[in-house]
Design a protein around this ligand. Structure first.
Ligand SMILES: NC(=O)c1ccc[n+]([C@@H]2O[C@H](COP(=O)([O-])OP(=O)(O)OC[C@H]3O[C@@H](n4cnc5c(N)ncnc54)[C@H](OP(=O)(O)O)[C@@H]3O)[C@@H](O)[C@H]2O)c1
Length: 257
């Protein structure tokens, strides 16, 4: 969407429509990425979701509205090939990220886990932006994704914090280098997704209850909440180079984790 002046010299009102647009969500088959895919589809876009596997619609009927593509963000050649195959499109969101847990505290172990995390989160986001950018149409945008750890350090999560901070810095730099393509980052707080699958059902429910009781929004975030923010970033022509925190006010209260 771009702002146009009508015959009275007024700008047109804000419309969060992606009608006629094509959106690619890398990591879009689950969790936060799926929330973004759902929001884009509901706003009228055709949506491609890319990740390391194709899932049958028999197994996941909710994926019926999306074109699926195989893509491992750690493989630069595969990323370039995937975007060459996709061709022209309008908006990119990259939510793919490695699972937590392949590293320990800073002084534990060696650097393999850290390198592997950065490979998936930071270099993966970099590669997607790098090879998608030439295919983005006028008015297009890139949305990257981090998390509250970027600014709220926690013992044992140095690799995640470093990767998230690097992604946020990258998005500011790309907003300049790729202009007028707009580049932004969403920094979510707790979101109830498969990222928490190693928790038992009871532990996960208890965590959500803590979130509902302590976060100022009194709500445990969902992928759709992040999808709502992504739709804003894709459709607002005046937002670029920014990081928006979508965390129910997690930044204002002591950690519940
Ligand atoms: N949930 C939260 O509370 C929360 C909070 C803050 C930040 N975050 C961050 O948000 C991001 C998304 O997390 P989520 O909660 O949506 O988790 P999720 O449901 O586990 O989603 C991760 C997605 O990334 C894809 N993926 C993983 N590695 C990939 C690779 N190498 N190449 C391509 N796709 C890959 C996975 O699909 P395949 O397995 O099919 O490849 C999956 O669809 C992560 O970076 C996470 O750290 C999450």
């Amino acid at each position: 969407m771009s702002t146009t002046l009508n015959d009275r010299g007024q700008s047109s009102p804000a419309v969060l429509s992606l009608s006629g647009k094509k959106v690619v969500v890398v990591g879009g088959k689950t969790g936060i990425g799926l929330g973004i895919a759902r929001a884009a589809y509901a706003a009228g876009a055709s949506v491609t979701v890319a990740s390391r596997r194709i899932t049958s619609v028999e197994e996941r009927p909710d994926l019926v509205n999306y074109e699926q593509m195989i893509l491992d963000v750690r493989d630069e050649g595969a990323v370039r090939e995937a975007f060459d195959t996709i061709g022209s499109f309008d908006h990119l969101a990259v939510t793919a990220g490695p699972e937590f847990g392949s590293w320990g505290n800073f002084m534990d172990g060696d650097m393999r886990g850290v390198r592997s995390y950065l490979e998936g989160k930071f270099f993966g986001s970099w590669a997607c932006a790098r090879y998608a950018a030439p295919h983005l149409r006028q008015g297009g945008s890139i949305t990257l994704l981090t998390g509250g750890l970027a600014v709220r350090p926690k013992i044992g999560f140095s690799a995640v914090l470093a990767a998230f901070s690097a992604v946020e810095s990258l998005s500011g730099s790309l907003a300049l280098e790729l202009a007028p393509t707009r580049v932004n980052t969403i920094r979510p707080g707790f979101v109830d997704t498969e990222l928490w699958k190693n928790f038992s059902a009871e532990e996960r429910e208890a965590l959500k209850e803590k979130v509902r009781n302590s976060f100022p929004a009194r709500h445990a975030g969902t992928g759709d909440d992040i999808g709502h923010a992504a739709l804003f970033l894709m459709t607002n022509p005046y937002v670029t180079g920014t990081v928006i925190e979508v965390s129910g006010g997690e930044n204002l209260v002591p950690s519940v984790f």
